[in-house]
Design a protein. Structure first.
Length: 566
C-alpha cells in the first residue's frame, strides 16, 4: 500500500468516526470474517485475471514511458506477459505480469554493482512461495544506463548519476504499478522490494527517500555506504597487500592455511566445532602466530602483517579508521580471492571497483578518467574530499520514521563471511537506527539477520540459501513478526535468529539439522564503530539533484559534508 493511500485511509477513517458520533452514518452490526492466512503467514488473496491481453500493453499511454515490447512467456512456473520499455530519459525496465493466478502482489528486485542491465533476479527471495509459483507481478530496472560497468557511463552525464543514485528505482516502482493497475484493473494489494549488494543500498534508499513505494523491504548486504565502500574499502584491499616497490605480498595459495588457523583458534568459542563462527567478532586471532621460516606451513612476517591490515580495515598514518572496523571478519579468508591475487601479474577485482568509482562517481562534476589507485591518499582530509557523493549516492539516513508510520517493514540481512561488503557496515547502520529512533521503535518494524559462513549475497562455507522475502510478506500481511529463518546448503541446515540472538546446538542429534538448534541471546555484543565517517549515519544530510546540461546541481547546495571537506 502506498504512503498516500495510508494517509487517505486515515483521513477517511477520521471522517467516518465523526459521522458515527453524529449519528449520520450507520455501522452494520455484522462483522466480516477475518482474512484467511496461509501457514507461511501470508494472506490468502484471491487470484485476479487480467482485463487486457498481453498484446494490448504496448498501446498503453503513460507519461514519459515508451513500451517497446510485450510478449507472452510460457516457460517457468506460470505463463506471464514480459513487458520491456523505457522511462525517459534512459531507464530500461522489465516487467513480468502473470496472465493467470496473479495474487495481487508486486515484487521489485534490485540491481547489483554499478548495474547497467535490467534482469529480474529474486536472489535469496527465489524460494518465497508466491515468487516460486509465479503468482507475483515483478519488475526491475538498469537504473538509467546500459552496459559500461566501469563507471564511464557517468562521464558528463549527471542524469545517469541521479538515476543510478536514487531516481531509477523509484520511477520504476511508479510505472510498474501503473501498468499493473491498467493490466488487471486494480492496483497491487501489497508491494515489496528485495535486493542485495547495491540492491541492498537501493532497498534502503527507497525506505529513506520514498517511504510510500513499498510495504515491505528485504535489504541484503547493503552497499549503503556507497562512497566509502567503493573508494577507501576496496582501495585498502589492494594497497594493504603491496610492498614499497608496488609488488603483491600475500597470494591466494596461503588463504587455506590462514583459514584453518582461524578455525583452530576460534571455532569452538560458540560451543561447537562445526567450521563456522556464529559471531566472528568474538574471535581475536593473531596472524603473528603463523610466522615461521617454513613457507609451506607458515607465513612470513610481511604476509602476517597484510592479513592483520586486511582484517582491521583502512586507516591513516595516525591510526584513524577510514571505514568501520572490521573490514573482513575472521572466518571469511577463503573468500579473499576477490582481492588477493593468485599470481603476481593478476589484477584483483578490488582495483576495478575502486578505480571505476574514483574516476567517475566520487567527485561531483570533477571526473577524471586518468585517476589511478595510487592517487588516493589515506588521510582524514582526503576522506572528506572523496566522499562528497555520499549526499546522493549513499543511503545512510538512520531515521526511517516515515517508512514505519506508513506501516513499512524492513528485514536487513548480511553474511558474516562477506568478502565484498563488511557486515560491520550493516551493524553500524543498525545501531545508528536504534540510537536515532529508539530500540523499541526499531524492533516494531525492522529485523536484522546475520548468517554464519555466508559470503557476499550467498555462497561461502555456511548454509547460504534462504528465503528473506516470505518473513517480510507475513509481517506486512498478517502482523506475524519474523523470528527463526532457516538457511541451508547441500549438507547442512541451520536456523538464524534476529540479531543479537544466535543459534545454539541443543546437544542432541545431527549438527547439520536445523531442528537441533535453539535461540541464545548473549548478554553483550562486541561493538566498536568509532571511525572518521561516523557522522555519515545522520538524518538530513541527503541532497536532491538535477541535471543542468553536463553539470550536477544538488540542493541543499552546502551540507555539512562540504563543510567537512573545507
Amino acid at each position: 500500500m502506498s504512503w498516500s493511500f495510508v494517509r487517505t485511509t486515515r483521513r477517511l477513517t477520521a471522517v467516518a468516526g465523526v459521522l458515527i458520533v453524529a449519528g449520520l452514518l450507520q455501522v452494520p452490526v455484522a462483522q466480516s470474517a477475518p482474512p484467511r492466512v496461509t501457514a507461511d503467514g501470508l494472506r490468502d488473496l484471491p487470484a485476479v485475471a487480467p482485463v487486457l491481453s498481453c498484446a494490448d500493453v504496448p498501446a498503453l499511454k503513460l507519461p514519459q514511458v515508451t513500451v517497446q515490447s510485450a510478449a507472452l512467456v510460457t516457460t517457468g512456473a506460470a505463463p506471464y506477459c514480459e513487458v520491456r520499455g523505457t522511462i525517459a530519459p534512459a531507464d530500461t525496465i522489465v516487467l513480468r505480469l502473470p496472465v493467470r493466478g496473479w495474487t495481487q502482489r508486486y515484487v521489485q528486485t534490485g540491481c547489483g554493482g554499478l548495474c547497467g542491465s535490467a534482469n529480474i533476479d529474486f536472489g535469496q527471495a527465489s524460494d518465497c512461495p508466491p515468487v516460486n509459483d509465479g503468482t507475483v507481478a515483478s519488475a526491475t530496472t538498469d537504473m538509467g544506463h546500459q552496459g559500461q560497468n566501469d563507471g564511464s557511463w557517468a562521464l558528463d552525464n549527471p542524469q545517469a548519476q541521479i538515476d543510478f543514485a536514487y531516481r531509477g528505482v523509484h520511477v520504476t516502482a511508479e510505472v510498474a504499478k501503473a501498468i499493473i493497475t491498467r493490466f488487471y484493473g486494480r492496483a497491487p494489494a501489497y508491494s515489496y522490494f528485495t535486493g542485495c549488494s547495491d540492491g541492498g543500498r537501493e532497498a534502503l534508499m527507497e525506505a529513506q527517500r520514498y517511504p510510500g513505494d513499498f510495504d515491505g523491504i528485504a535489504a541484503g548486504a547493503p552497499a549503503n555506504d556507497e562512497a566509502v565502500q567503493n573508494t577507501f574499502h576496496h582501495a585498502w584491499n589492494v594497497v594493504a597487500n603491496l610492498d614499497a616497490q608496488g609488488h603483491y605480498i600475500l597470494f591466494a595459495d596461503k588463504l587455506p592455511l590462514i583459514h584453518n588457523a582461524v578455525l583452530n583458534a576460534c571455532d569452538a568459542l560458540d560451543g561447537l566445532r562445526d567450521g563456522l563462527l556464529d559471531d566472528p567478532r568474538n574471535c581475536h586471532f593473531d596472524p603473528g602466530t603463523l610466522v615461521c621460516d617454513n613457507p609451506a606451513t607458515c607465513l612470513t612476517r610481511a604476509e602476517a602483517d597484510v592479513v592483520r591490515r586486511l582484517h582491521d580495515g583502512a586507516v591513516d598514518a595516525q591510526g584513524n579508521r577510514l571505514e568501520p572496523a572490521i573490514a573482513h571478519e575472521w572466518g571469511s579468508e577463503l573468500e579473499w580471492t576477490l582481492f588477493i591475487p593468485a599470481t603476481p601479474d593478476q589484477t584483483p577485482a578490488s582495483v576495478g571497483f575502486a578505480e571505476s568509482y574514483l574516476r567517475y562517481l566520487a567527485f561531483p562534476n570533477a571526473q577524471n578518467p586518468d585517476y589511478r589507485l595510487p592517487d588516493l591518499k589515506f588521510t582524514v582530509n582526503s576522506f572528506w574530499q572523496t566522499v562528497q557523493s555520499s549526499s546522493y549516492m549513499s543511503s545512510m539516513d538512520p531515521d526511517l520514521t516515515a517508512f514505519r508510520r506508513g506501516g513499512g517493514k524492513l528485514l536487513l540481512w548480511h553474511g558474516w563471511s562477506d568478502q565484498h561488503i563488511s557486515p560491520q557496515s550493516t551493524l553500524a547502520y543498525w545501531d545508528a537506527m536504534r540510537d536515532t529512533m529508539g530500540g523499541r521503535t526499531v524492533d516494531s518494524f525492522a529485523r536484522l539477520y546475520l548468517f554464519p559462513g555466508m559470503a557476499h549475497c550467498g555462497g561461502g562455507d555456511g548454509p547460504n540459501v534462504t528465503d528473506v522475502l516470505t518473513p517480510v510478506m507475513a509481517w506486512v500481511e498478517s502482523g506475524k513478526a519474523p523470528n527463526r529463518i532457516v538457511a541451508s546448503n547441500a549438507t547442512r541446515s541451520r536456523p538464524v535468529y534476529p540479531y543479537p540472538t544466535v543459534a545454539r546446538y541443543d546437544g542432541t542429534g545431527s549438527i547439520d539439522d536445523a531442528a537441533n538448534f535453539g535461540p541464545y541471546t548473549p548478554r553483550t555484543q562486541p561493538e566498536d564503530y568509532r571511525w572518521v565517517g561516523q557522522r555519515l549515519y545522520s538524518h538530513g544530510y541527503q541532497t536532491w539533484c538535477q541535471a543542468d546540461g553536463t553539470t550536477l546541481v544538488c540542493r541543499p547546495s552546502r551540507t555539512w559534508l562540504t563543510r567537512m571537506a573545507g
